[in-house]
Design a protein around this ligand. Structure first.
Ligand code: 9MJ
Length: 673
């Protein structure tokens, strides 16, 4: 063997060993960067000497050529399924059957049966074939007799060794186990799928199955799959093996195969139940999904005596956890209005027991989600509740849809206060526009109103506001100013002193600025900066209240979403009533300093731009005018000072002529600027 070959083999062995430390023992010896350095060294040598590349090289996980189809694989030893137990009683019956059979065979020693207890992974069962320590085939379980040859894809899974460690393995060894996708990887995959408008996977098991059935292994390689082994299939008889399942698993581990670290030996029914409870409690904190516990009689001698019934071993049982997913019916779709005014559709469900609790509601998030799921009242849906996560509607079972139920539409008016519902372009959420008035938004609106950057009411914290609302002492922010000393002092944890202090703070807050007041109104998307922009532009609340969409749009930094929100907000009679009540309490502000705008050459002038300009876009023209203090609007009126007309100007020029408004050509406009 050449020196280079020796070096190459040493590198491969080292990488395999570190893979084993990392994935199987969960105890890496070297850092990721040191591992990468070794891998790069190997890649460099192989790039220069492609003739030395072997299939078991750690660099050779991803196949370059997609398959046309999967070949079928006949399992030499059938891949069995497991019988289920859904209660402690059913497990006890299983245990008793075993005791009876062993007694009959005169093998029972009157002691508790020892079980190898393992988490039941919710993934995809596969079979891996190693010949002389080299992975030669990976197959899905299929129907238990025949599966699909997914070797190319199996090779991409880093927890599956391409070459076994050591040398004491049988010449032919079939390893069985489960391919799973961890929960984090699943969420991330669906996030990416959503971003790319790809198909979303319903759960990690489906995602794992979909990923393993890719004809192009380069796609599989990108999917976060991993593997745990839990059994053996055919084994050549050239080595002697231990006589318990658990010891057998330890041997597999020593060859570099990952076994589940939660696996444990338990004794009898009591031990099994304690293990079940422990894993049930731990279920949500595990990185992968499990749907129960598998108990296997640990003694291989016993297993042999017990044998099989139908297609399942009599020595093993799957004790299932309550399901994460169940089907139920959508009785109706309600709208909930949140504290921020967001409207959320919620499915009212026929109560169903899922994930350990009874679920009768599930959020549908927004109109887009309803359309994505195409969910309609009367539909049968799959509900999923994993851990503490709120129940989700996974999909509609279309085959169970009866008749032609109508599509769901968001209401046009808030179900709580009757205000208009707004949904701006490019936004998924619909909002109630009755911010100052809507009961659902009351607390949030007042908390915002009192906050430091808004009316800055010292000593009026969130908790106190909630208390005042709950006691019915205030309904809107205007009511804050009618609170009496007596009312305040009688509240829990308030007292005379703090009541006096708060009344003083309320009084002091009446002296404010227009910008703060606009911000305090809590109009959607009108933050501190936008409020200041609006105050500077309009310089009075009345002018802002009466602003048209076009005028708002003409202001620099104000887009159609904010313009629409402002208009709709002031359109609500009850919002205006609250504002009037606020002003009546004596809230006031100094006149807005308008020197800045008056100093500009075009301040006070209103322009309309129409048609196509050849040297600049309409937006650029608008910005140039605004920079000089002009207002740019979209429609011509008697208040318009100039119309700038590009190519194909349309009816706006006619209107300007009718009204006697000066019309500038592009040339004139440029000279003017
Ligand atoms: C799973 N799914 O985790 C078995 N399994 O054993 C475990 N499945 C099994 N064992 C024999 N841990 C047939 C299936």
């Amino acid at each position: 063997m050449s020196a280079l070959q020796i070096k190459l083999n040493k590198l491969k062995d080292e990488l395999n060993y570190h893979n084993y430390r990392y994935y199987v023992l969960d105890d890496p010896e070297i850092s990721d960067s040191e591992y990468d350095k070794l891998l790069r060294e190997l890649q460099d040598i192989e790039a220069q000497h492609p003739e030395l590349i072997t299939a078991d090289s750690p660099t050779q996980r991803v196949g370059a050529v997609p398959l046309a189809e999967f070949k079928t694989v006949k399992h030499e030893m059938p891949m069995l399924s497991l019988a289920n137990a859904f209660s402690d009683e059913e497990f006890s019956e299983f245990n008793q059957r075993i005791v009876d059979i062993l007694s009959k065979a005169k093998k029972y020693n009157n002691k508790d049966i020892q079980y190898a207890a393992e988490p039941k992974l919710d993934g995809l069962a596969v079979s891996l074939l190693y010949e002389n320590g080299i992975l030669v085939q990976g197959a899905t379980r299929g129907d238990g007799t025949t599966g699909e040859d997914v070797t190319q894809n199996i090779r991409t899974i880093e927890t599956i060794p391409l070459k076994l460690l050591g040398s004491d393995f049988p010449a032919r060894l079939e390893v069985r186990g489960e391919v799973v996708m961890d929960k984090k990887g699943f969420d991330e995959l669906n996030r990416i799928q959503r971003e790319n408008n790809g198909k979303l996977f319903a759960n990690p098991r489906n995602a794992a199955a979909g990923s393993l059935r890719q004809l192009d292994s380069r796609i599989t390689a990108k999917r976060p799959l991993s593997f745990f082994c839990y059994g053996m299939g055919i084994i050549s008889d050239d080595v002697s093996l231990p006589d318990t399942h658990s010891a057998l698993m330890e041997v597999l581990k020593s060859w570099g195969l990952r076994i589940n670290p939660e696996s444990q030996i338990v004794a009898g029914v009591k031990g099994a139940q304690a293990y079940y409870q422990r894993l049930f409690d731990k279920r949500e904190s595990l990185e992968y999904e499990i749907d129960g516990i598998v108990y296997k009689v640990d003694s291989l001698e016993y297993q042999k005596i017990l044998g099989f019934v139908a297609r399942a071993p009599r020595w093993a049982i799957a004790r299932k956890f309550p399901a994460h997913e169940e089907m139920t019916k959508v009785l109706g779709i309600d709208i909930q209005v949140g504290r921020t005014g967001a409207l959320t559709p919620v499915a009212r469900l026929e109560p169903v027991f899922v994930g350990g609790v009874t679920v009768s509601n599930a959020t549908l998030h927004n109109q887009d989600e309803i359309e994505r799921l195409d969910i309609r009242v009367g539909d049968t849906v799959v509900i999923r509740r994993a851990g503490d996560v709120i129940p989700q509607v996974v999909n509609v079972v279309l085959s169970k849809r009866q008749g032609k139920p109508r599509k769901f539409k968001m209401p046009t008016h808030c179900p709580v206060c009757g205000s208009l519902v707004v949904r701006n372009e490019n936004e998924v959420v619909s909002y109630c526009s009755g911010g100052l008035f809507c009961e659902a938004q009351r607390k949030q609106a007042i908390i915002h109103f009192a906050s430091r950057k808004a009316m800055n009411i010292d000593g009026l914290g969130d908790k106190l506001i909630e208390l005042l609302v709950d006691k019915g002492l205030i309904k809107t922010s205007a009511d804050l100013y009618t609170l009496t000393h007596e009312q305040l002092a009688s509240l829990e944890r308030m007292g005379d002193k703090s009541a006096t202090k708060l009344l003083k703070a309320l009084q002091a807050s009446k002296e404010t600025t227009l910008a703060r007041f606009i911000f305090a109104l809590g109009i959607h998307d009108v933050g501190e900066t936008t409020a200041k922009t609006l105050a500077d532009h309009f310089q009075s609340l009345e002018k802002l209240e009466e602003a048209s969409f076009d005028e708002l749009l003409s202001i620099r930094d104000i887009g159609p979403v904010v313009a629409n929100n402002v208009i709709t907000f002031f359109k609500q009679k009850h919002n205006r009533e609250v504002i009037d009540a606020l002003l009546k309490t004596g809230i006031h502000w100094p006149k807005v300093n308008s020197q800045v705008s008056q100093a500009q050459p075009l301040s006070g002038k209103t322009f309309v731009i129409t048609g196509t300009l050849s040297d600049m876009s309409r937006d650029e023209a608008k910005q140039a005018l605004q920079a000089l203090g002009a207002k740019v609007t979209g429609s011509v009126s008697k208040n318009t000072d100039y119309v700038v007309a590009g190519e194909k100007p349309g009816s706006k020029v006619d209107k300007a002529r009718q009204l006697g408004v000066e019309v500038l050509t592009e040339e004139q406009f440029k000279a003017f600027l």
